[in-house]
Design a protein around this ligand. Structure first.
Ligand code: OKP
Ligand code: ZN
Length: 343
């Protein structure tokens, strides 16, 4: 399987993440990319290809234009306002405050467009987010052109990024951008299966009222886990989208027997939908030693997971989301991809 990769994804080098009550070095670090590339090479997964530039049109097909402009300007505006450190929101349009009046001041704008506070903005964030979606789209085009499966080594991840909100280390929703482009270039139906530990609230948000994208997510129960305010089992879609959103919240401590039963159920639903393309939002933060997550998958389980995904028998685009056990991220990711290739 080909891997698509861009060094520009490493242009985001934030210094701070709000972790509990402390500022720490971000878990979502550029070294994650190097570790995965090293493993792809060492294990001989296949050729590594560079990316093409697709511009902002495919981003604007799923995200709000003012939100995209905000991301482009935020770092500059923060510095120009004389603020120090990295942009972190400190106020939001919470219940009964006005969410229909976007502030002019950057400190207010950050709160308007952020869905969480852990994710600081920094000088290279917008460039890295652009590179990340170019990775996704380059890999997509390979799948569409050849019918072969492909892996897009996206970074920063995307699945928490909603129509007009960033957070959870995500800025542009790479999977949603790829799904929309697939539809715009001839696909009738796309399925997105999100196996990251965290619920893909952004992807759900973008497609919640649509029946041309089926969204399935297996994740830590939002009663206990980030993003806390979306991802429950009763969120099944709205309007035309009713029945095309499917959440599988699982308890903290879930290990592979229960997780893989859930995966099989999701794969059955995928097969019923008969999509033209499957996009897998791949997170390996389900790993037992992930520093911010609480499932208990072992490294070998990722290989088995890849084998099960192959049973769906669909043209498949794998896009990287989370995984923060940096020493094992390469092994776990390539286990999944090579499990899929092997059968
Ligand atoms: C992004 B992805 C530790 C808690 C961090 C945010 C998690 C974002 C996960 N400071 N909460 O889904 O892997
Ligand atoms: Zn995650």
């Amino acid at each position: 399987m080909l891997t698509f990769h861009s060094q520009d994804t490493k242009k985001r080098q934030a210094k701070t993440e709000l972790d509990g009550g402390r500022l720490v070095t971000p878990y979502e670090c550029p070294e994650r990319v190097d570790m995965i590339i090293d493993a792809v090479r060492q294990r001989g997964l296949g050729e590594i290809r560079s990316t093409q530039a697709y511009g902002l049109d495919p981003v604007l097909a799923v995200h709000d234009a003012a939100y995209v402009m905000f991301l482009e300007q935020a770092w500059h505006d923060w510095v120009a306002a004389g603020l120090h450190g990295e942009p972190i929101p400190s106020i939001w349009p919470a219940r009964r405050l006005r969410a229909d009046a976007i502030p002019d001041h950057i400190a207010g704008k950050v709160g308007y467009y952020a869905l969480a506070a852990e994710t600081s903005l920094c000088a290279g964030t917008f460039e890295a987010a652009q590179a990340s979606k170019d990775v996704a789209l380059s890999a997509l085009d390979h799948v569409l052109d050849t019918g072969e499966h492909a892996f897009g080594l996206c970074r920063p991840p995307g699945h928490h990024a909603a129509i007009d909100q960033y957070g959870g280390y995500c800025f542009f929703n790479n999977a949603a951008i790829a799904a929309q482009r697939a539809l715009d270039t001839g696909a009738n139906r796309v399925a997105i299966l999100d196996i990251d530990f965290h619920h893909g609230n952004g992807t759900q948000d973008i497609f919640y009222e649509r029946d041309d994208v089926l969204f399935l997510s297996i994740h830590g129960d939002p009663r206990q886990e980030f993003p806390f305010f979306l991802g429950h089992a009763d969120e099944t879609g709205r309007g035309a989208g009713k029945g095309f959103n499917c959440n599988y919240p699982l308890a903290s401590g879930t290990a592979y027997p229960e997780w893989s039963d859930t995966l099989d159920d999701a794969i059955d639903r995928l097969s019923d939908y008969q999509p033209d393309l499957l996009i897998v939002s791949v997170g390996v933060d389900t790993f037992e030693h992930d520093p911010i997550s609480s499932f208990r998958l072992k490294s070998d389980d990722f290989t088995d997971c890849g084998q099960r995904l192959k049973q769906a028998g669909l043209p498949t685009l794998f896009l990287m989301e989370g995984g923060y056990a940096v020493d094992e991220i390469g092994t776990n990711t390539v286990n999944l991809l090579s499990g899929f290739e092997a059968c």
